[in-house]
Ligand binder design. Structure first.
Ligand code: DX5
Ligand code: ZN
Length: 221
């Protein structure tokens, strides 16, 4: 069992995107993590569906779109049609998460649930039955390059127990401030997937992905 790694491509060199994607493929990443920001839910703007479509045309890797949007219900289909394999939605988006999930399930859309650092992880529990991913944010969403918030580690531990005791399929993913040290702490707490942007793309992609993949998940010890 190896640690799964999902590079957040928005921090790569966008002028050499194809090349950066190739490096991720060769390094054996689990998926590409696409940070979609609307300038309302978070104070930053990144990519739209056309950008995701361009990435889809450039790779067969699994694409997960992390929707940091006020109205994911209005836009998730565009990101699905653009070629996303999994859509990650925040419980904090100001709309009914339950209704959105029912809509997504009717569309045959695979999804994951995201909780911000200050949101109790239990808020995600009612929505995990059909979810592929539980994403726990370890920074306040909006920007890469922030410091890992250590207080989120007990949330990973609690979620690990909850998911294992209920036999759910959802994998636990952690996003924000992940590097070779904080990745170990997240793995010890029970994370399955590490998202990383600035750590991976500020050095050799192949070396840094290998370093993160080599971290032993708690389950494998
Ligand atoms: C934060 C995003 C993260 C972020 C991670 O808003 O959801 O995916 O880009 O960046 P690093 O790994 O640099 O903290
Ligand atoms: Zn993200």
């Amino acid at each position: 069992m190896i640690m799964l790694v999902s590079p957040s491509i928005v921090s790569s060199s966008l002028a050499r995107l194809q090349d950066e994607i190739r490096k991720c493929e060769q390094a054996g990443v689990f998926s590409l993590h696409l940070d979609i920001m609307d300038g309302h839910f978070v104070p930053n703007i990144t990519m739209g569906p056309d950008f995701v479509k361009a990435i889809r045309n450039a790779t067969d890797l699994r694409l997960e779109s992390h929707l940091m949007l006020e109205r994911p219900d209005r836009y998730y289909r565009n990101f699905l049609d653009a070629g996303s394999d999994v859509i990650l939605i925040h419980v904090e988006s100001p709309m009914s998460t339950g209704r959105l999930i029912r809509q997504m399930e009717a569309d045959g859309c695979r999804y994951g649930i995201v909780v911000n650092p200050e949101t109790p992880v239990e808020k995600a529990y009612p929505f995990l039955d059909g979810a592929d991913i539980l994403l726990i944010m370890s920074v306040h969403p909006g920007f890469s390059g922030q410091t890992f918030i250590r207080e989120t580690l007990p949330k990973i531990q609690a979620a690990r127990k909850h998911i294992d005791s209920r036999g759910l399929k959802a994998m636990i993913e952690i996003d924000g401030g992940i590097n070779d040290r904080t990745g170990v702490e997240a793995a010890d707490a029970g994370a399955d997937i590490l998202v990383s942007a600035s750590y991976i793309f500020s050095g050799s992609v192949s070396e840094r992905v290998s370093t993160l993949k080599a971290i032993k998940p708690a389950k494998a010890r």
